[in-house]
Design a protein around this ligand. Structure first.
Ligand code: PEP
Length: 260
C-alpha cells in the first residue's frame, strides 16, 4: 500500500441480514471506526436497508459523524423511468450514499452484466456525484489457462472506456478474482500484487501515470483478519472489498485496521 493513497475498506453485505441486524452491525462499526486508523470505511447494504444504515450512521447533508460512508451494491444507468425493481444512482445519492459497487462478478455472471453495461453504469454513477467501485477479475478457468492478464485488461479497458482522466481519478477499482470470492481461497499477495500492478498500468494508459498513481485499487476475495496484513503490505493494494467477513464488526474492523 502506498503512503500516497488513503486505503479504502468496503463491506459488501450482498443479500444478507435483516433490518435489525443491519442497524446493529452499522452501529457497531460506527462506534469503533476509530480503531481502523486512517482508512476510508464504506458499508454497502442491500438497497432496501440503505436508509436504515444511513439513519444508523446519522448521515446528514453528506456528512457522517463517524466517518463511515454508505455505498450501493449496484445501480441502474438511467436517472429514472420504467425500470421495475431498479435503483437509480441519484436515489442512492439522495439518501446519503457516497459510493456504489459496479460490475461485481455476481452481477456479471448471474445477471448478465457486460463491460458495456458496467461502462454505462460507471458514467451514470459518476454523473450522480458518487464514487464507483468498479470490480474486475478472472475466473478459475481463465487463470488456469493463462488468460488472467488478457481478461482483466479487457474488463478494465471496456468498463472504463471513454471516461475522462479527471473522472478516472475519482473512482476506485476492485480486483476480485472470481475463484477467491466466498471460497476461502485467497489470492497470494504476489498474485494479487501482479494484477494490481497491471490494473495500475492500464489506468495509466487511460489517463496518465500521475493520475493512475492516485487511484485506489482494492483487493477482494476471501479477505479475513488473518490474511489482510500481508495483502496490505503490497505496494499496489490500497484496501479491500470484503464480503463474508464484513458481516461481523470485529472481523471487518480488524481487516480495516490492517490497512489503516
Ligand atoms: C465480494 O463478494 O466482493 C467478496 C470479496 O466476498 P468474500 O469476501 O466473501 O470473498
Amino acid at each position: 500500500m502506498s503512503t500516497r493513497r488513503k486505503p479504502i475498506v468496503a463491506g459488501n453485505w450482498k443479500m444478507n441480514l435483516d433490518g435489525a441486524k443491519a442497524r446493529s452491525l452499522t452501529e457497531a462499526v460506527a462506534a469503533r471506526a476509530g480503531e481502523a486508523g486512517s482508512v476510508d470505511l464504506v458499508l454497502c447494504p442491500p438497497a432496501l436497508y440503505a436508509t436504515t444504515v444511513a439513519a444508523a450512521l446519522g448521515l446528514a447533508a453528506g456528512n457522517s459523524p463517524s466517518g463511515v460512508a454508505l455505498g450501493g451494491q449496484n445501480a441502474h444507468d438511467k436517472e429514472s423511468g420504467a425500470f421495475t425493481g431498479e435503483v437509480a444512482p441519484g436515489m442512492l445519492r439522495d439518501i446519503g450514499s457516497r459510493y456504489c459497487i459496479l460490475g461485481h462478478s455476481e452481477r456479471r455472471t448471474l445477471f448478465g452484466e457486460t463491460d458495456a453495461t458496467v461502462n454505462a453504469k460507471v458514467k451514470a454513477v459518476l454523473a450522480a456525484g458518487l464514487t464507483p467501485i468498479v470490480c474486475v477479475g478472472e475466473s478459475l478457468e481463465e487463470r488456469e489457462s493463462g488468460r488472467t492478464e488478457a481478461v482483466v485488461s479487457e474488463q478494465v479497458l471496456g468498463s472504463l472506456a471513454g471516461i475522462p482522466a479527471a473522472d478516472l481519478a475519482k473512482l476506485v477499482v476492485a480486483y476480485e478474482p472470481v475463484w477467491a470470492i466466498g471460497t476461502g481461497k485467497v489470492a497470494t499477495p504476489q498474485q494479487a500484487q501482479d494484477v494490481h500492478a497491471l490494473v495500475r498500468s492500464l489506468l495509466a494508459r487511460l489517463s496518465s501515470p500521475t493520475v493512475a498513481d492516485t487511484i485506489r485499487i482494492q483487493y477482494g476475495g476471501s479477505v479475513k483478519p488473518d490474511n489482510a496484513a500481508e495483502l496490505a503490505a503490497c505496494p499496489d493494494i490500497d484496501g479491500a472489498l470484503v464480503g463474508g467477513a464484513s458481516l461481523k464488526a470485529d472481523d471487518f474492523l480488524a481487516i480495516a485496521k490492517a490497512f489503516g
